[in-house]
Structure formats: C-alpha cells, structure tokens
Write a protein that binds this ligand. Structure first.
Ligand SMILES: [Zn+2]
Length: 330
C-alpha cells in the first residue's frame, strides 16, 4: 500500500480518513436522528387522536352532498388554527353531481420550511354509506376516514414547533367517495400553480387491522394496471419512499406489508407524474368487512393502539424524508 507515489498516497489516506469519518458521521447522524424520531413519536397523544376521531364521527354524515360537509370543513380549518397555524385556507371548487351543483372545500394547512420543495400529507374527510349517492343516512365513517384525518391533525400538532427543511402541506379532501373529486381538483391546481411537490403521503383507513393483524400496508406506485399507474417514471422514487416507511415500522410493533396504490386520493397526483405512497389497513373489503361504508363504521371498531402506531410510522417517515440531506463532510 505505501509504495504508491506521494500525491496519490495522500489522496488515498484522505479517502480512507473520509470514509471512516463518513461512517462515524453517518452513524452519529443516524443515532441523533433516531433520538429525534423517538422523542417526536413519543409526543403522540392517543387522547388527542381519539377526541378528533370521535368528533368527526359525531356528525350525522360527512357525505359530500350533505349539508354537513362544509360545517366539517370549517371545524377542520379551526383545528389547524387552534394548533397555531396561520397559513390555513380553503381550496374551493364546484362540482355538478346528479343535476345539482355543489360548492365544496379542500382544506390546506401550510408549514413553511427552508426550501421550495413540498411534502403533502393528505386524507379525505368525507364519508359515505353502501349506496354512494345516499347523503341523508347516518354515515359515521370512523375508520373511513376519520382515522386518517385524526392522525394528520396529531402529526400537525407535533410538528408545529419543529423546524423542517421541506415545506409541508396537511391537506384534507372532500369528494373522495364521489370518485376522487377534491383530490382531482387539487392535483390540477398544484400543477397549474407549479407547486414543487416532492412527495405525497396519503392516509385512507388506518384504524381497523382485522384482516391484517399486526401489519400496516404500505402502498407504492407499482401497480401493473395502467388504470392505477398512468406514469412510470415516478415509480422508482415511490418505491424508495415506501422503503423509508418500511424502515420506520421498526419504531412500532407493526410489520410492513407491501402493496400497490389503488382507489384513493393519490391517483390524481400519480397520473400527473408526482411521487406518491399510501398507508392503509387493508379493510376496504365489502364482502369481508361488514363495517365498510356502513352505519356501523363507528369509533368502537377502531384499534386505538394500531392507529397510534400508524401515526408514529407516518410522523417518523415525514421527519426522515425531511432529513434526506445528509451532513456535508467535505
Ligand atoms: Zn376512504
């Protein structure tokens, strides 16, 4: 080894030194990251998640055509403002459904970071019954999808005082049960306004693991069907992002189960080439799950420890994605 000419020699030493430093640096960086993640996820309050989910399920229905939908939108906006967020707004759109026109709202809560890239964490807040046109029957929608909404409210509370690199948008969509109306409108809007969307994480049904006990389904953009995978150049990064979620499962008692995106609000973003993933409990099974899109989708059916664990995984994922920028050694 030492027979190599001087200048080359010192470069090699430098590389070895750097390599060692890199490993040490990264190890300590990961250890520090690990501590930061543990201290963050330990702040998650099940009581908070429970109270938000119970409140959302207390509305007679959150059907997109019902008189309650905009009342719920106001309440959700207030929830973000009660945490302290000032940059909270409605993304308003109008849809014609069965001859009538509906003025609807998506809720957008912004958390500003240090660069112009943005991570969206989203969930739909509308609910439905077996008949998706039935907007007058009681539809508590505890798991579908008050579970996703209440998890995001808790994550927004914990990250409020945290300085992050990326901008975050916490987004609640209406119209998901009417064929992704709100998310289609918002995906069109961010494209038109050139929002630099880095990653999108969608939460839809994360509180009822009856059919996947001890597992969380991590949905990646690898669907073979063009129906759900319109663009391929965003697949690889979705897999990578999914792998971060897989890794974050180690902070909980849940095991990751890999699956494909389909049937939720990430679709309008995927088809525009954005990088998307989802978390899901696997219970949207009409035949197997009697509570799916039913009056019996109530808070009593929710597995609170499971919902808390999924919330931890998502929070840890956001924080790790935000720390993608490794310390600069040179
Ligand atoms: Zn849903």
């Amino acid at each position: 080894m030492c027979k190599i000419t001087t200048h080359h020699h010192s470069k090699l030493d430098k590389n070895i030194t750097n390599a060692k430093t890199t490993v040490i640096e990264i190890e300590s960086f990961n250890k520090k990251l690990d501590h930061e993640i543990v201290s963050l996820i330990n702040q998650i309050s099940l009581d908070n998640i429970k109270s938000k989910l119970m409140k959302l399920s207390s509305y007679h229905t959150r059907h997109t055509k019902s008189k309650y939908i905009n009342e719920v939108a106001e309440w959700l906006k207030n929830e973000f403002e009660n945490i302290g967020y000032e940059n909270v707004s409605f993304h308003e759109y109008t849809e014609k459904l069965e001859r009538y026109s509906y003025d609807l709202k998506n809720i957008i809560c912004n958390k500003i970071g240090h660069n112009n890239k943005c991570i969206i964490i989203c969930a739909h807040y509308d609910s439905r019954m077996e008949n998706y046109l039935d907007y007058y029957s009681k539809a508590p929608g505890a798991n579908d999808n008050a579970s996703g909404v209440s998890a995001i409210l808790e994550i927004a509370r914990i990250l409020y005082n945290k300085k992050l690199n990326y901008n975050l948008q916490f987004v609640f969509f209406s119209g998901e049960e009417q064929n992704l109306l709100g998310s289609e409108q918002y995906a069109k809007f961010i494209r038109k306004n050139n929002l630099n969307l880095h990653r999108l994480i969608n939460l839809d049904m994360i509180g009822y693991p009856k059919f996947n006990p001890g597992k969380i389904i991590i949905e990646r953009d690898v669907n073979e069907s063009e129906r759900y995978n319109r663009v391929v150049f965003n697949d690889k990064d979705s897999i990578k992002c999914g792998n971060v979620m897989v890794e974050m499962c180690t902070y909980t008692d849940l095991y990751p189960k890999l699956d494909q995106i389909y049937g939720s609000d990430y679709e309008p973003f995927e088809k525009r080439g954005y990088i998307v993933v989802g978390a899901y409990d696997g219970s949207a099974e009409t035949k197997k799950n009697p509570h799916y899109h039913s009056v019996s989708d109530t808070p009593e059916k929710i597995d609170w420890d499971y919902l808390t664990s999924v919330t931890k995984i998502v929070l840890a994922t956001i924080f790790t994605l935000d720390k993608e920028i490794k310390p600069n050694i040179d």
